[in-house]
Write a protein that binds this ligand. Structure first.
Ligand code: 3PG
Length: 307
């Protein structure tokens, strides 16, 4: 019997927790639940007992890995795994996985909701604009982007995408127009939605050079990670262009400057909300539990991200 810790500072919906428990216990393992914890010490204390962990954006750094003497596998129930120290996990013989695609529809719906919210002037009662006929640029083209494209086409938006790692034919098959380079995407599109992971290569790459290329009435939607945006550059563009808006799932570090100077031109969720739906919690949480079971049963390492 293995101990499977579900450590979620931001809890899953109850139905997802019940579903995870039934999958874990159904395989003869024990589930330990640590929700809403407030200190790293709490996480470390629970992790030190665990053979496996399911996490969300919870930080699993060197210290957590070092304290988790029995840990064999950590599964990030979600897409981005920038919260796991992959090297520390690899050195300790811990397999790290994610659950790609499982929460993507929820994030996509929020991205489109943020576009509507911006277009309608944060629902302040003034006359806004429509998404119909506007150009949307998807920066990076993974599961979330694909779902955004589907919804945006329902709004009759013209959808463009740039992703150097994705075959252009995949975009074309989805009715999305691929562009040759990133600056073309920003020059063409009034709406840009970010969908890349936070890596050393992507951090702070959304800078003033790119943003200032956007056409009049520009809106940047960020349901990816705050770290990919160069906030200093964004604030420069905000100072120069009263038409520029920023809608972000999670508050930027420079939130107070936006509040002081740029009222009505931004919206920030107080906590990362993209994947915070019952359906996404179920999809990602249950997938994580199943991946752990098959890892222990057969050594299956599909979805490992630290090979
Ligand atoms: C992800 O990478 O899957 C999303 O950012 C969701 O993160 P969350 O599970 O912390 O809500």
């Amino acid at each position: 019997m293995k101990k499977v810790l579900v450590a979620t500072e931001k809890p899953f919906a109850k139905a997802a927790v019940d579903g995870i428990r039934s999958i874990v216990e159904g395989a003869g393992h024990e589930m330990i639940l640590l929700e809403n914890y407030t200190t790293k010490a709490d996480l470390i204390a629970a992790a030190s007992l665990a053979d496996a962990m399911i996490i969300r954006s919870d930080i699993v750094d060197k210290e957590v890995i070092a304290a988790s003497k029995n840990l064999k596998i950590v599964v990030r129930a979600g897409a981005g795994y920038d919260n796991i120290d992959l090297d520390a996990a690899r050195s300790a013989g811990v397999v790290a996985m994610n659950t790609p695609g499982q929460n993507s529809n929820a994030v996509a719906e929020l991205a489109v909701a943020l576009m509507v919210y911006a277009a309608r002037n944060n629902f302040n009662g003034s006359s806004g604009t429509e998404l119909k006929g506007k150009k949307l640029g998807l920066h990076a083209y993974g599961y979330v982007s694909k779902a955004v494209a589907t919804i945006a086409k329902g709004f009759s938006m013209d959808v463009y995408a740039f992703d150097p790692f994705v075959d252009k034919q995949i975009m074309i098959d989805d009715g999305v127009t691929p562009v040759g380079d990133v600056s073309e995407l920003y020059s063409k599109c009034q709406y840009i939605s970010l969908h890349m992971p936070a890596t050393p290569q992507t951090k702070k790459t959304i800078n003033s050079d790119l943003l200032s290329k956007m056409p009049k009435g520009a809106t940047l939607i960020n349901t990816a990670r705050k770290e990919v945006v160069d906030e200093e550059g964004l604030l420069q563009v905000f100072a120069q262009r009263p038409d520029f808006k920023y809608m972000s799932d999670v508050e930027p570090d420079s939130k107070s400057e936006f509040i002081d100077k740029y009222s009505g031109r931004f919206f920030f969720t107080p906590k990362k909300m993209g994947a915070q739906t019952s359906e996404a919690n179920n999809n990602a949480g249950l997938a994580a539990a199943r991946q752990i079971n098959s890892f222990f049963e057969t050594g299956d390492t599909t979805f490992q991200v630290n090979k």
